[in-house]
Design a protein around this ligand. Structure first.
Ligand code: UD1
Ligand code: CA
Length: 452
């Protein structure tokens, strides 16, 4: 039988050093609140339920996260009396009975599921408490893992540590896994006789040892346990997330000539054999099918890019942009809530919003769908194979028929039938020999003005 698992996420921190109206754990990494990253990690590690401990700003945290989490409960820790006290705020959830209980911090979003899986595996092997350790360059401020003969016996918080203990650089990453059978007993036995006067969950190590329980430490890379206290930390964490994601994309068959200049969102999905040129930014909700090329300086959000389609350079795809296979959206084009049919081309200086463009249509430079009248948005339909001459304004709602032509510079306000040519512009008139006369007139006027 698979072991059951509860994950408790401590998210009661005030985060005052962020200098923000937003609770710390709601600050986004790759567009997703930090705490939601932690929930995703727990879920990926096979956790069955999540208990989130909130304090100050609790309602905001609850509101922001409840939409994105399925099986989560929220627990209020009114006064912050330490990490053990925080975990016990979720007593109701713990009491439901789980084999494994993971304790994670809402401000430590880069833990990989593998680490939590390893911790759970140790519980499965009979450990009662598993501590995730790491070796930072500077251990100041962290709890030190006190080992005797390579066996973890206690965690000493920095403030309570002796000079000798402070020289240890094997530190507590903060994450713990505890036996669901013992956790309440262990935490209830913890006191607050320490420098901070707090209930430290780390004291569970010593207490479990004294009771003859098995306690182990596993080591994780520093990057997994880096926490966020300041906006500098947040930027550093974002950089690590982006680097990891670029590496994963490259490993998954996506080409990037300058990966360091490409920015992904937490939900960006790119299929193999796509090429992403330098300086591309992905906002939320983008899917790119295989073989597509996203050229330099393009910005995409809420967009779907079909197989072998081409975007940019300098293209902006906004929510609802849906490019079929082999469609092209070129430089200085903006597309919003529009289907661009297979092989259709929108190549230069164009705005397409609230539109459906048929396969193989060609949209000339400077075409604008006039979709908004100040009150409502209206649809422009362009049939397959249609050709829209440059610098045309298509005033929606309007339909251009299949294989129709729109003459350059037209303002189209009425439907154009299939196969028709629409001239929506003034007729041109040529006056033979007028140019020299005009020049003479303008020149004379200028000289008269100078003399006056
Ligand atoms: C904690 C660990 C320390 C470890 C370090 C890693 C303890 C006692 N110490 O120290 O060994 O090296 O993390 O970063 O666990 N929280 C609450 N309610 C509380 C207290 C804390 O929700 O009453 C939350 C905080 O918001 C934070 C997390 O628990 O997300 C850790 O608390 P914090 O006070 O930052 O612990 P550290 O001193 O950093
Ligand atoms: Ca901390």
């Amino acid at each position: 039988m698979a072991r059951t698992c509860l994950t408790i996420i401590l998210a009661a921190g005030q985060g005052t050093r962020m200098k923000s109206a937003l609770p710390k754990v709601l600050h986004p990494v790759a567009g997703l609140p930090m705490a939601a990253h932690v929930v995703a990690t727990a879920n990926a590690a096979g956790s069955d339920a999540t208990a989130i401990v909130v304090g100050h700003g609790g309602d905001a945290v609850r509101e922001a996260l409840s939409g994105m989490l399925g099986n989560a409960t929220f627990h209020e820790q009114t006064d912050q009396l330490g990490t053990a006290h925080a975990v016990l705020a979720a007593r109701d959830a713990i009491a439901k009975g789980y084999d494994d209980v993971l304790v994670m911090f809402g401000d430590t979003p880069l833990v990989r599921p593998e680490v939590m899986q390893e911790a759970r595996a140790r519980l499965g092997d009979g450990a009662s408490v598993v501590v995730v350790g790491f070796r930072p360059e500077d251990p100041t401020g962290y709890g030190r893992l006190i080992e005797i003969d390579d066996t973890l016996v206690a965690i000493r918080e920095h403030r309570d540590a002796s000079d000798e203990e402070r020289s240890i650089n094997y530190c507590n990453g903060g994450i713990m896994a505890l036996s669901g059978r013992l956790i309440l007993d262990l935490l209830d036995a913890i006191g607050n006789d320490n420098a901070k006067g707090e209930y430290y969950m780390t004291d569970a190590v010593e207490i479990a040892r004294e009771r003859g329980e098995k306690v182990v430490a596993i080591e994780a890379p520093v990057e997994d346990v880096v926490g966020v206290n300041t906006r500098r930390d947040l930027a550093a964490v974002e950089a690590i997330w982006q680097r990891r994601t670029r590496e994963r994309m490259l490993d998954d068959g996506v080409s990037m000539t300058a990966p360091d200049t490409v920015y992904f969102h937490h939900d960006t999905a790119v299929e193999p054999d796509t090429v992403i040129e330098p300086n591309v930014v992905f906002g939320p909700g983008v899917r790119v099918a295989g073989g597509a090329r996203i050229r330099s300086f393009s910005h995409l959000e809420g967009a779907t890019v079909g197989a072998h389609a081409e975007v940019g350079p300098f293209a902006r795809l906004r929510p609802g942009a849906d490019l079929a296979d082999k469609a092209k959206v070129g430089n200085f084009c903006e597309v919003k809530k529009a289907e661009i049919g297979a092989g259709a081309k929108v190549n230069h200086l164009t705005y397409v919003g609230d539109a459906v463009i048929g396969a193989g249509a060609n949209i000339g430079a400077g075409t604008i769908t006039c979709n908004y009248d100040g009150y409502g948005k209206h649809l422009t339909e362009i049939g397959q194979g249609a050709f829209i001459g440059s610098n045309s304004a298509l005033v929606a709602p309007v339909r251009i028929g299949d294989n129709a032509y729109v003459a350059s510079g037209s303002v189209v306000t009425e439907a154009v039938p299939d196969d028709a040519v629409a001239f929506g512009r003034a007729h041109q008139v040529n006056k033979d020999g007028l140019a020299p006369k005009l020049r003479a007139r303008f020149k004379a006027a200028k000289e008269a003005a100078k003399k006056a």
